[in-house]
Design a protein around this ligand. Structure first.
Ligand SMILES: Nc1ncnc2c1ncn2[C@@H]1O[C@H](COP(=O)(O)OP(=O)(O)OP(=O)(O)O)[C@@H](O)[C@H]1O
Ligand SMILES: [Mg+2]
Length: 229
């Protein structure tokens, strides 16, 4: 069964689609069979990204597909190792139920207080519908400096939530790469690629270890009476 990572947020423009496609490329490079699902019918950011790459003759080592419903994406991705769900910037009942079926829900947030406050409310809402905090993680995005990143990390951990290692700084180098159909790990500058890998690899580690611990707790020990000697 595929591991499922969902990107969601109430706020728009925080970096969901940017992280989703970058995670897809990192996972594919590691040899995973990836389905990257565009669930945003208004924007279809990932489908446009795919077309830009095709136009520029850039190889895309993963399957990228548009879906109207998360259920359709999960069906399609049955044979994949990893399904990445890129949700629209709003929290609906659909988003909530998707989140509950995901191994990890990543909410990118910018460091501004106007973004952090609603971001915490989103995770609190997911907790109220039964999601454990260990399945929720914030990604620091659009960060302008280390001091700002530290303050944001403090704010989110004070509220009891996990924050991915590292963060994605707001950089012209990233924007140039994104404008040319590339991802955060395909920039001209090696230091930007290396920095972006840190939170992306953390997502994979968390999602895979969640799945391992879930399958261990689901594995029922054989009742002694049923064991033939
Ligand atoms: N680290 C960065 N540095 C510079 N620009 C960035 C960075 N991350 C994202 N962007 C740009 O910010 C914009 C918003 O990013 P993105 O589309 O990933 O957000 P989103 O959360 O998916 O938005 P929406 O809610 O509208 O779907 C894009 O134009 C993207 O190219
Ligand atoms: Mg988006």
């Amino acid at each position: 069964m595929a591991v499922v990572v969902a990107f969601l947020s109430q706020k728009g423009g925080v970096g969901k689609s940017t992280l989703a496609r970058s995670l897809g490329v990192v996972a594919a490079r590691l040899g995973l069979k990836v389905l990257l699902a565009d669930l945003d019918p208004q924007q279809r950011t990932l489908m446009r990204w795919l077309k830009t790459r095709a136009d520029l003759k850039l190889e895309t080592p993963l399957k990228v597909q548009a879906f109207d419903t998360p259920a359709a994406a999960l069906d399609e991705g049955e044979g994949a190792d990893l399904i990445i769900l890129d949700l629209p910037g709003q929290i609906s009942n659909v988003a909530t139920s998707v989140a509950r079926n995901a191994d990890l829900v990543v909410q990118p947030t910018s460091p501004s207080v106007d973004d952090l406050h609603p971001a915490v409310l989103v995770f609190q809402a997911l907790e109220r519908v039964g999601m454990g905090r260990d399945k929720l993680a914030f990604a620091l995005c659009r960060v302008l400096g280390e001091k700002e990143a530290d303050a944001t990390r403090d704010y989110l951990t004070r509220h009891g939530y996990g924050v991915l290692r590292g963060g994605i700084n707001e950089r012209l180098g990233y924007r140039d790469a994104l404008n040319l159909g590339r991802t955060l790990v395909e920039c001209k500058q090696a230091n930007l690629n290396n920095a972006a890998q840190v939170p992306l690899l953390d997502i994979l580690e968390r999602a895979l270890s969640r799945r391992l611990s879930d399958s261990k707790s689901e594995a029922k020990p054989q009742p002694a009476a049923a064991v033939k000697t």
